[in-house]
Design a binder for this molecule. Sequence first.
Ligand SMILES: Oc1ncnc2c1N=NC2
Length: 214
Amino acid sequence: YDCIKIPDNYEGYSLDMFCIPKHYENDVESILIPKGLITDRIERLARNICCDVGKGPLVGLCVLKGGYQFFGDLMDRIRTINASGENSVQMSVDFIRLKSYEDDHSSGEVKIIGSDDLSSLTGKYFIFKQDIVDTGATMKKLLNTLTKFKPASIKVASLLVKRTPRSTGYRPDYIGFEIPDKFVVGYALDYNEYFRDLNHICIISETGKKNLLF
Ligand SMILES: Oc1ncnc2c1N=NC2
Protein backbone atom coordinates (compact mmCIF):
# COMPACT_ATOMS: atom_id res chain seq x y z
CA TYR A 1 0.00 0.00 0.00
CA ASP A 2 1.16 3.53 -0.64
CA CYS A 3 0.94 6.31 1.95
CA ILE A 4 0.40 10.07 2.05
CA LYS A 5 3.76 11.77 1.52
CA ILE A 6 4.09 15.22 3.09
CA PRO A 7 6.87 17.11 1.24
CA ASP A 8 9.87 18.65 3.04
CA ASN A 9 8.86 22.20 2.13
CA TYR A 10 5.30 21.78 3.41
CA GLU A 11 4.75 24.38 6.15
CA GLY A 12 1.53 23.06 7.63
CA TYR A 13 -1.48 25.09 8.75
CA SER A 14 -1.36 28.29 10.79
CA LEU A 15 -2.44 27.93 14.42
CA ASP A 16 -5.26 30.41 13.71
CA MET A 17 -6.94 27.88 11.44
CA PHE A 18 -7.58 25.25 14.14
CA CYS A 19 -8.01 24.99 17.90
CA ILE A 20 -4.86 24.56 19.98
CA PRO A 21 -4.95 24.41 23.82
CA LYS A 22 -3.92 27.78 25.22
CA HIS A 23 -1.14 26.19 27.28
CA TYR A 24 0.67 25.12 24.08
CA GLU A 25 0.09 28.08 21.77
CA ASN A 26 3.68 29.35 22.16
CA ASP A 27 5.23 25.92 21.96
CA VAL A 28 3.86 24.88 18.59
CA GLU A 29 5.09 26.22 15.24
CA SER A 30 2.35 24.96 12.90
CA ILE A 31 -0.17 22.17 12.46
CA LEU A 32 1.22 19.45 10.20
CA ILE A 33 -1.71 17.00 10.26
CA PRO A 34 -5.07 18.06 11.73
CA LYS A 35 -6.94 15.46 13.82
CA GLY A 36 -9.71 15.10 11.23
CA LEU A 37 -7.27 14.05 8.53
CA ILE A 38 -5.68 11.54 10.91
CA THR A 39 -9.10 10.04 11.66
CA ASP A 40 -10.02 9.68 8.00
CA ARG A 41 -6.64 8.19 7.11
CA ILE A 42 -6.98 5.64 9.95
CA GLU A 43 -10.34 4.57 8.56
CA ARG A 44 -8.64 3.53 5.34
CA LEU A 45 -5.72 1.83 7.14
CA ALA A 46 -8.28 -0.22 9.08
CA ARG A 47 -9.92 -1.35 5.84
CA ASN A 48 -6.56 -2.33 4.33
CA ILE A 49 -5.68 -4.34 7.45
CA CYS A 50 -9.06 -6.10 7.51
CA CYS A 51 -8.67 -7.05 3.85
CA ASP A 52 -5.27 -8.63 4.52
CA VAL A 53 -5.74 -10.33 7.84
CA GLY A 54 -8.24 -12.94 6.63
CA LYS A 55 -9.97 -14.82 9.42
CA GLY A 56 -7.56 -13.97 12.28
CA PRO A 57 -7.58 -14.12 15.30
CA LEU A 58 -5.80 -10.83 15.48
CA VAL A 59 -3.73 -9.61 18.39
CA GLY A 60 -3.37 -5.85 18.45
CA LEU A 61 -0.13 -4.87 20.19
CA CYS A 62 0.15 -1.30 21.34
CA VAL A 63 3.63 0.07 21.91
CA LEU A 64 3.22 2.54 24.76
CA LYS A 65 3.13 5.38 25.46
CA GLY A 66 3.16 7.15 22.11
CA GLY A 67 1.00 4.59 20.35
CA TYR A 68 -2.06 4.67 22.59
CA GLN A 69 -4.09 7.27 20.65
CA PHE A 70 -3.39 5.69 17.27
CA PHE A 71 -3.97 2.22 18.75
CA GLY A 72 -7.32 3.18 20.22
CA ASP A 73 -8.57 4.85 17.06
CA LEU A 74 -7.34 2.12 14.71
CA MET A 75 -8.79 -0.72 16.81
CA ASP A 76 -12.06 1.22 17.01
CA ARG A 77 -12.30 1.40 13.23
CA ILE A 78 -11.41 -2.29 12.86
CA ARG A 79 -14.17 -3.13 15.37
CA THR A 80 -16.66 -1.11 13.35
CA ILE A 81 -15.68 -2.94 10.17
CA ASN A 82 -16.04 -6.26 12.01
CA ALA A 83 -19.48 -5.32 13.28
CA SER A 84 -20.81 -4.52 9.81
CA GLY A 85 -18.80 -6.55 7.28
CA GLU A 86 -19.64 -10.05 6.10
CA ASN A 87 -16.40 -11.56 7.44
CA SER A 88 -15.28 -10.60 10.94
CA VAL A 89 -12.04 -11.07 12.84
CA GLN A 90 -11.82 -11.95 16.54
CA MET A 91 -9.42 -9.48 18.21
CA SER A 92 -7.52 -9.28 21.47
CA VAL A 93 -5.11 -6.61 22.67
CA ASP A 94 -1.85 -6.38 24.52
CA PHE A 95 0.23 -3.41 25.64
CA ILE A 96 3.98 -3.33 25.84
CA ARG A 97 6.65 -0.86 26.69
CA LEU A 98 10.17 -1.05 25.36
CA LYS A 99 13.42 -0.54 27.15
CA SER A 100 16.60 -0.75 25.14
CA TYR A 101 19.25 -2.60 27.15
CA GLU A 102 21.52 -0.34 29.17
CA ASP A 103 24.62 -1.72 27.47
CA ASP A 104 23.10 -0.69 24.19
CA HIS A 105 25.57 -2.60 22.03
CA SER A 106 23.32 -5.61 22.88
CA SER A 107 22.35 -8.41 20.52
CA GLY A 108 20.03 -6.09 18.57
CA GLU A 109 17.15 -6.86 20.90
CA VAL A 110 14.97 -4.68 23.05
CA LYS A 111 13.59 -5.57 26.46
CA ILE A 112 9.80 -5.85 26.30
CA ILE A 113 8.09 -5.03 29.59
CA GLY A 114 4.48 -5.13 30.70
CA SER A 115 2.97 -7.59 28.24
CA ASP A 116 0.68 -10.35 29.56
CA ASP A 117 2.52 -13.36 28.24
CA LEU A 118 4.40 -13.17 24.99
CA SER A 119 4.26 -16.93 24.46
CA SER A 120 0.54 -16.39 23.79
CA LEU A 121 1.70 -14.86 20.49
CA THR A 122 2.58 -18.24 19.00
CA GLY A 123 0.52 -18.98 15.92
CA LYS A 124 -1.38 -15.68 16.05
CA TYR A 125 -1.67 -12.89 13.52
CA PHE A 126 -0.62 -9.65 14.83
CA ILE A 127 -0.56 -6.04 14.22
CA PHE A 128 1.80 -3.69 15.94
CA LYS A 129 0.70 -0.16 16.35
CA GLN A 130 3.55 2.23 16.48
CA ASP A 131 3.08 5.99 16.60
CA ILE A 132 6.17 6.87 14.61
CA VAL A 133 9.03 5.10 12.93
CA ASP A 134 12.04 7.37 12.91
CA THR A 135 15.31 5.54 12.19
CA GLY A 136 13.50 2.18 12.35
CA ALA A 137 16.24 0.79 14.62
CA THR A 138 13.90 0.08 17.57
CA MET A 139 11.35 -1.55 15.28
CA LYS A 140 13.94 -3.87 13.77
CA LYS A 141 15.14 -4.92 17.22
CA LEU A 142 11.56 -5.46 18.36
CA LEU A 143 10.77 -7.67 15.38
CA ASN A 144 13.97 -9.64 16.07
CA THR A 145 12.82 -10.23 19.63
CA LEU A 146 9.26 -11.18 18.70
CA THR A 147 9.86 -13.60 15.85
CA LYS A 148 11.30 -15.92 18.51
CA PHE A 149 7.71 -16.48 19.70
CA LYS A 150 6.74 -17.82 16.26
CA PRO A 151 3.60 -15.76 15.62
CA ALA A 152 1.62 -16.74 12.52
CA SER A 153 2.42 -13.34 11.06
CA ILE A 154 3.62 -9.99 12.30
CA LYS A 155 2.53 -6.85 10.55
CA VAL A 156 3.38 -3.34 11.63
CA ALA A 157 1.11 -0.33 11.31
CA SER A 158 2.69 3.03 11.97
CA LEU A 159 0.83 6.31 11.78
CA LEU A 160 3.99 8.18 10.81
CA VAL A 161 7.24 7.35 9.11
CA LYS A 162 9.93 9.99 9.08
CA ARG A 163 11.94 10.62 5.91
CA THR A 164 15.38 10.76 7.44
CA PRO A 165 18.91 9.93 6.21
CA ARG A 166 19.35 8.12 9.53
CA SER A 167 16.74 5.57 8.53
CA THR A 168 17.69 1.89 8.51
CA GLY A 169 15.36 1.57 5.51
CA TYR A 170 12.80 -0.38 7.57
CA ARG A 171 9.25 0.22 6.24
CA PRO A 172 6.12 -0.79 8.19
CA ASP A 173 3.38 -2.70 6.34
CA TYR A 174 0.76 0.02 6.89
CA ILE A 175 1.75 3.67 7.03
CA GLY A 176 -0.49 6.66 7.61
CA PHE A 177 1.81 9.49 6.55
CA GLU A 178 5.44 9.88 5.51
CA ILE A 179 6.67 13.14 7.04
CA PRO A 180 9.73 15.41 6.78
CA ASP A 181 12.63 14.99 9.20
CA LYS A 182 11.21 17.42 11.80
CA PHE A 183 10.29 16.80 15.43
CA VAL A 184 6.51 16.42 15.63
CA VAL A 185 4.28 16.35 18.71
CA GLY A 186 0.63 15.80 19.53
CA TYR A 187 -1.84 12.94 19.06
CA ALA A 188 0.05 11.08 21.80
CA LEU A 189 3.49 11.93 20.42
CA ASP A 190 5.35 13.66 23.20
CA TYR A 191 8.32 15.88 23.87
CA ASN A 192 9.46 15.12 27.40
CA GLU A 193 5.88 13.98 28.21
CA TYR A 194 4.34 17.25 26.99
CA PHE A 195 1.83 17.45 24.10
CA ARG A 196 0.16 14.09 24.63
CA ASP A 197 -2.99 16.14 25.27
CA LEU A 198 -2.81 17.89 21.88
CA ASN A 199 -5.19 16.60 19.20
CA HIS A 200 -3.36 17.58 16.04
CA ILE A 201 0.10 16.50 14.93
CA CYS A 202 2.17 19.68 15.07
CA ILE A 203 5.70 20.92 14.54
CA ILE A 204 7.22 21.99 17.85
CA SER A 205 8.49 25.59 18.01
CA GLU A 206 12.01 26.63 19.08
CA THR A 207 10.40 28.24 22.15
CA GLY A 208 8.72 24.95 22.93
CA LYS A 209 11.99 23.06 22.69
CA LYS A 210 13.67 25.50 25.06
CA ASN A 211 10.83 25.92 27.58
CA LEU A 212 9.92 22.26 27.82
CA LEU A 213 13.39 20.83 28.23
CA PHE A 214 14.07 18.29 30.93
O1 LIG B 1 9.30 13.52 15.77
C1 LIG B 1 9.14 12.81 16.91
N1 LIG B 1 8.26 13.21 17.85
C2 LIG B 1 8.08 12.50 18.98
N2 LIG B 1 8.75 11.36 19.25
C3 LIG B 1 9.65 10.94 18.33
C4 LIG B 1 9.88 11.61 17.15
N3 LIG B 1 10.83 10.97 16.42
N4 LIG B 1 11.21 9.88 17.10
C5 LIG B 1 10.53 9.75 18.34
